[in-house]
Design a protein around this ligand. Structure first.
Ligand SMILES: [Zn+2]
Length: 311
């Protein structure tokens, strides 16, 4: 092939790609997703220091010109070191949401009053950040194991001006991270690529599942919020993950925009309440409910395959 042919082919495929992208935009068929990162647990630093992990994640978001939402456990920002790391997120213009002070599941013996105090305790710490929004994410995505507790906390959040920072795409990134961190602790030179590959495959699998469930439940495309954690896994592979989604035609959007989707105002009547908002809306619909596992996601679902792969 001579150079002119090559240029011609390259130009033709660029046009085709452009048309494909345009087509997506016109039909709004490109699924949209935002990055939402939980816990801000920086004390478990392995391989990268907390500062390095923080920088790696923030640099990746900056390189993608996108704002994420960080749901902070109050106790991870109540001393200087944590607050110094958090300020970098604030300076970069990301959203900062409330994830309670001590990260207890509402589906436990905790009372509604204790849980609500834990929300306020985190708010006192986070409210000084410019990026703080009254956006609340339930720890472990658990929204109450009794109707009384579920409804009490919902009413409390509403009366304090909070919206719910639901997840649409749930997953178990945390189990991959805990295996990776344990391996690197034992063997600092271990190959990280198999963990990366497993992670990307798992996230893509869950994204397709929840996207298709969302369409079944709402009859329309929704703006997705992908659950992730502030962990080593994302310190290393967030960029690869974003690239994978983009490569499959998904469009990365800001967290603030994602949370404007009406799906985040839904209050499904399910018990135990919680999981992905897509999942609980599906649970509410009798016809789909039977096919759903509980919990919707758990490390246990992934460990057999991880064991088999030696991860
Ligand atoms: Zn959490």
């Amino acid at each position: 092939m001579n150079r002119r042919d090559f240029v011609g082919i390259a130009a033709a495929s660029a046009v085709a790609l452009g048309l494909k992208r345009q087509g997506f935009a016109k039909n709004s068929a490109a699924p949209q997703f935002a990055i939402t990162m939980d816990d801000f647990n920086w004390r478990n630093a392995v391989h990268l220091t907390a500062e390095e992990r923080n920088r790696a994640i923030l640099d990746t978001l900056a390189a993608n010109r996108v704002k994420a939402a960080l749901f902070v456990i109050g106790r991870n920002a109540d001393a200087q070191e944590g607050m110094t790391l958090l300020r970098k997120w604030d300076q970069a213009g990301h959203l900062i949401g409330n994830h309670t002070y001590s990260h207890r599941s509402l589906n436990s013996d905790i009372t509604a009053a204790e849980y609500e105090n834990d929300i306020l305790r985190a708010e006192i710490i986070l409210i000084g950040s410019n990026g703080f929004r009254k956006l609340f994410r339930y720890p472990m995505l658990k929204e109450g194991d009794t109707a009384a507790k579920r409804d009490h906390v919902r009413a409390f959040l509403k009366s304090h001006g909070y919206r719910i920072g639901h997840v649409t795409i749930d997953n178990s990134d945390w189990i991959v991270d805990s295996r990776l961190s344990a391996r690197l602790e034992k063997d600092p030179k271990a190959d990280v690529k198999p963990y990366r590959d497993f992670y990307l495959e798992h996230m893509w699998d869950r994204a397709q599942y929840y996207d298709s469930l969302a369409t079944k439940v709402t009859g329309r495309p929704v703006k997705h919020t992908v659950l992730m954690h502030f962990n080593l896994l994302n310190g290393l592979f967030l960029g690869d993950l974003i690239e994978m989604f983009k490569g499959k035609g998904w469009q990365l959007i800001g967290a603030e925009e994602a949370f404007t989707d009406p799906i985040f105002r839904a209050e499904p009547n399910t018990l135990p309440a919680g999981e992905s908002i897509v999942w609980s809306l599906a649970k509410e619909k009798g016809t789909i409910a039977k096919s759903l596992r509980y919990p919707a996601e758990d490390g246990d679902y992934e460990t057999a395959r991880m064991n088999k792969l030696g991860l």
